[in-house]
Design a protein around this ligand. Structure first.
Ligand code: LIP
Length: 264
């Protein structure tokens, strides 16, 4: 199956999954459990939506691997792995804030963000019915509009960031925010990494910096940014990962990286 066919399948599954998530939100959301910290919650809908996504992928692509936020990893035989966050922005979703996404990426090679090659991606925002999609080499798109990252205005960069679920990480996150603020016109903390990355790809944000993301948070959005002409890294010279994710146009990315890692 070529990259465009994988993208079409990811888009179809993301749209169906997003409709389920939105329906469940309307019916009322129950917290099912906490995970890494009290603030790190999972809802029954997270689990149900991921099960639907996993079933649809197994029906269509039984030999592919799977890596999902709620149900873990399963290796496949095809060399491809589907990296899934069923409801990215779970806290928004639980509070009724209509800013969450179904994030689905298809990657080739080892299911390791430092080694995989992203092939296709779909990030669907059900509350506003926006489907961001990309294939490697095929560009990033919102509907029929091709996406391109933006450059900051003279007023500075509109930046997005996030803070970890563990309160012990907040002091470091706030110190980092203080180091990047001088290049910012303002900051947005919207609570869904996949949409932060999609908005960088669309030029709705100039850049995004966050520590502590999981592979399913950034897998699809990172391909969107790269295909929109942006740069997405983690630690200097590394891919995005738990340590750091920095996404922006090439020139702004360099300025942000300098400030993120030079704790002078
Ligand atoms: C969330 C990310 C967000 C981050 C949160 C959390 P989840 O993912 O999208 O950017 O700040 O800590 O990781 O948990 O909603 O799938």
């Amino acid at each position: 199956m070529d990259a465009r066919a994988l993208e079409d399948l990811a888009v179809d599954i993301a749209r169906e999954a997003g409709a389920l998530a939105r329906r469940r939100r309307g019916e009322g959301v129950a917290i099912a459990a906490t995970k890494s910290a009290l603030a790190d919650i999972v809802t029954e809908a997270d689990r149900e939506v991921e099960l639907l996504i996993r079933d649809r992928i197994a029906q269509a692509r039984p030999d592919d691997g799977f890596l999902g936020e709620e149900s873990g990893a399963e290796r496949g035989a095809s060399g491809l792995t589907w990296v899934v966050d069923p409801i990215d922005g779970t806290v928004n979703y639980a509070y009724g804030i209509p800013h969450y996404a179904v994030s689905i990426a298809v990657v080739d090679g080892e299911p390791d963000p430092q080694r995989w090659e992203a092939v296709a991606a779909a990030v669907f925002s059900p509350a506003v019915d926006e489907m961001f999609r990309a294939t490697a080499g095929g560009g990033a798109w919102l509907g029929d509009a091709r996406l391109a990252v933006s450059e900051p205005s003279d007023a500075g960069a509109l930046l997005a960031t996030g803070f970890g679920y563990d309160p012990a990480t907040h002091a470091g996150d706030l110190a980092r925010l203080g180091r990047i603020m001088p290049v910012a016109r303002d900051i947005r903390r919207a609570g869904a990494a996949s949409l932060d990355l999609a908005y960088v790809a669309a030029g709705r944000l100039d850049g995004y910096v966050e520590r502590g993301l999981q592979p399913w948070d950034h897998a699809a959005g990172a391909l969107l940014v790269a295909e929109a002409g942006g740069v997405v890294t983690g630690m200097p010279g590394e891919r995005p990962g738990r340590t750091m994710t920095i996404a922006a146009s090439s020139s702004l990315h360099s300025r942000l990286t300098e400030r993120v890692f030079h704790e002078s």
